[in-house]
Design a protein around this ligand. Structure first.
Ligand code: C5P
Length: 219
């Protein structure tokens, strides 16, 4: 069974997707982490974030791996643990430029389909229901107001010692939403057959249980 969870930045997709995967005993794939890892490759090699050919060449040589850990999931770029690096503001604010490059998307979509093949999987991102897994048995489009998403990111940042004003976070979230929804290739859109869940006034547990219930109904 394949479960696709798409939606705008900071709507809680990965938190919920991880919990749904644990509850159903499915594997979990965070596709945003893969675009972020590609952005780290560009940064570490001092490439322009729009240099499609060079980033692609590096991406084809590198391996992005996920490793389960007590603290969640670790992300490796070859042998380098990039779990923290992929969440830094430099990467967050430039990932939309890298993810808009058609050849980078083509390569990562190929890797994502290969991870999904033959597995019970929960995959979260922007184009999972529309492009990566169009035949997924369950597609969820998870949204929340920009203000609530900024508030959640603010709280999360405080626990990590990052101090960015709430208004700036909301501005960054809205800018990333705009870029992700207006790019030419696989823009963020709700699949026709996706179930929309608005998490603005729901807890993580409520959203998780709503998705688990839908999954059990479709098994
Ligand atoms: O989900 P997360 O915020 O970590 O994703 C980071 C970025 O990766 C998004 O803003 C988007 O530009 C890109 N992305 C994408 N397609 C996906 C997942 C993420 O374009 N399936």
């Amino acid at each position: 069974m394949q479960i696709a969870i798409d939606g705008p930045s900071s709507a809680g997709k990965s938190t919920v997707a991880k919990l749904v995967a644990t509850e159903l005993n499915f594997i979990y794939c965070d596709t945003g982490a893969m675009y972020r890892a590609a952005t780290v490759l560009a940064q570490q090699n001092q490439l322009d974030y729009g240099d499609e050919e060079q980033i692609l060449a590096l991406l084809k040589q590198a391996t992005i791996k996920f490793q389960p850990a007590k603290t969640g999931q670790l992300v490796f770029l070859d042998d380098q643990d990039v779990t923290l690096k992929i969440r830094t503001p430099e990467i967050t604010n430039n990932v939309s430029q890298v993810s808009a490059l058609p050849k980078i998307r083509e390569e990562l979509v190929r890797q994502q389909r290969s991870i999904a093949s033959g597995n019970n999987i929960v995959m979260d991102g922007r184009d999972i229901g529309t492009t990566v897994l169009p035949d997924a048995e369950l597609k969820v489009f998870l949204i929340a107001s920009a203000n609530e998403r900024a508030r959640r990111r603010f709280e999360e940042n405080i626990t990590k010692g990052i101090q960015t004003p709430l208004a700036k976070l909301q501005e960054e979230i809205e800018l990333r939403d705009y870029k992700d929804s207006h790019r030419r290739v696989s823009p963020l859109t709700k699949a026709d057959d996706a179930v929309e869940i608005d998490s603005t006034h729901l807890s993580i547990e409520e959203v998780t249980q709503a998705i688990v219930k839908l999954a059990n109904e479709r098994k």
